[in-house]
Design a protein around this ligand. Structure first.
Ligand code: ZN
Length: 264
């Protein structure tokens, strides 16, 4: 089993990060940590070096941080990503986030950065990990993200935390991968997305330390309860239940999908 999207560099793990990773090693085949901010680069690369062939990384600037990274910081970050190409599995998470970013001017900048990241992924021959979060009032963020990906003819795409039934057939038809996390335990819509998606296009993730499941399937904030990468087991069990398949089959297929997609 592989957690294809978590954030091991987050401060929630500062006191026991190595213990958490050792626990993952006893339970999982690999963990892919998403470095979403330039200042997290060093710690992420250290983890990749300390846990060879177990901790892997993807790199980009999260669209919700658009206001906090200067042009210069971005340029330096892109340079260091290029230099460390061999330590990186994908470019991401990148895309649009109209939930956190409301101003049109900054949304324009998100899309511009997204296109730069698509070009970077092309240049480095790496797949893309997509974050796209709609504002409460519309589905425009995801619509914009999908349209840009199609315009640039991007094939190797992981839709992280995907949750829209409306665009599902379009995403599947494009051959993109969907990764499912613990939101599945409480979201009826996500249950239907899993039901309607072929197992060949599904991967497991947690987005840990976020999305920890408390009692009654309630999702907690990381300061109340942090999530751990081993929670992918809960996600796999739920997928098995929805698809009426043995857990081993879901485990094997999602692991193979992740290995193939990320070229592990
Ligand atoms: Zn994430």
């Amino acid at each position: 089993m592989i957690d294809t999207h978590c954030h091991l560099e987050q401060p929630n793990y500062d006191n026991d990060r190595d213990k958490v990773i050792e626990q993952c090693k006893r339970n999982l085949d690999a963990v892919i940590s998403s470095c979403a901010y330039p200042k997290d680069f060093d710690l992420t690369v250290r983890l990749v070096k300390d846990y060879p062939n177990f901790v892997f990384a993807t790199m980009s600037i999260h669209p919700k941080y658009i206001k906090y990274v200067s042009e210069q910081e971005k340029e330096d970050y892109v340079k260091i990503i290029k230099k460390n190409r061999e330590r990186i599995l994908a470019i991401g998470e990148t895309g649009t986030d109209y939930w956190w970013i409301k101003e049109n001017e900054w949304r324009d900048k998100q899309r511009k950065l997204f296109i730069e990241m698509i070009n970077l992924a092309n240049e480095l021959n790496l797949p893309l990990v997509i974050h796209s979060r709609n504002a409460r009032e519309s589905t425009k963020a995801l619509e914009d993200t999908i349209t840009i990906l199609e315009r640039y003819d991007v094939n190797r795409v992981q839709m992280h935390m995907y949750n829209s039934r409306m665009q599902l057939q379009r995403v599947l038809k494009n051959g993109w991968m969907i990764s499912i996390n613990t939101l599945l335990l409480r979201s009826k819509g996500l249950n239907k997305i899993v039901r309607d998606s072929p197992l060949e296009q599904l991967m497991l993730e947690t987005d840990a330390p976020w999305l920890a499941v408390g009692e009654n399937g309630v999702i907690k904030r990381p300061n109340e309860k942090r999530n751990l990468p081993i929670a992918v087991k809960l996600v796999a069990q739920k997928i098995a239940q929805i698809k009426k398949l043995p857990l081993e089959q879901v485990d094997k297929a999602t692991t193979e999908n992740a290995k193939r997609f990320f070229n592990i």
